[in-house]
Write a protein that binds this ligand. Structure first.
Ligand code: ZN
Length: 193
């Protein structure tokens, strides 16, 4: 989930969500005070990462990209709202150096996420448990890579939001928790790790 500068793979898709995602994005831009930062577009494509926002030097706003993996009617609304809010926070909290390392997600980024997405811990859990077979966290690049075989998940329904509502999950979980969450999901999956 960072501002990668990769060329998109494949043509853009129409949204297949069970709700109006464009309306959601517009609502979030206003609610989060991002409207003044500039226009934000949304594209669904089979990229190499789960989601990112591309900003361009000298241009205001940004382009949010969601992986096609998420573009389906059974992706919980809470997860898409979390991911959109996460990407919009990137427009509010610039990357900076922390302990000698350039990072897209300094501590104040996660403070914003906890405040603006109180259900983020559950959503990170849902992403890990629903998608663990086809995702991998890339610590260095600060993103979630989508593996090549991601289309296999289209053979079955995704779990609903109820999956994580009863789960003992850390409400403060974030991208740094994903290795542990993915490991937990693999152990819990039928057939084990
Ligand atoms: Zn991010």
């Amino acid at each position: 989930m960072k501002g990668l500068r990769l060329e998109p793979a494949g043509p853009p898709e129409l949204p297949l969500f069970s709700f109006d995602v464009v309306e959601m994005l517009e609502r979030l831009r206003v609610e989060m005070g991002v409207a003044e930062v500039g226009p934000v577009t949304l594209t669904m494509r089979p990229e190499t990462t789960l989601a990112f926002i591309r900003t361009r030097k000298g241009l205001r706003g940004g382009d949010i990209h969601l992986h096609s993996l998420l573009n389906r009617p059974d992706t919980p609304k809470q997860v898409i709202e979390h991911v959109l809010r996460h990407e919009l926070i990137h427009l509010l909290v610039p990357p900076r150096e922390v302990d000698g390392k350039h990072t897209m997600h300094p501590p104040e980024f996660w403070e914003h996420e906890r405040r603006l997405v109180p259900w983020a811990g559950l959503s990170w859990g849902w992403i890990a448990f629903a998608l663990h077979e086809v995702i991998r966290r890339d610590e260095e690049a600060e993103c979630i890579h989508v593996k090549r075989g991601w289309k296999r998940l289209f053979r079955r329904a995704l779990p609903g939001w109820a999956l994580v509502e009863e789960m003992p999950l850390d409400p403060g979980a974030n991208l740094d928790s994903m290795d542990g969450l993915i490991d937990r999901a693999k152990v819990a999956a039928p057939g084990g790790p």
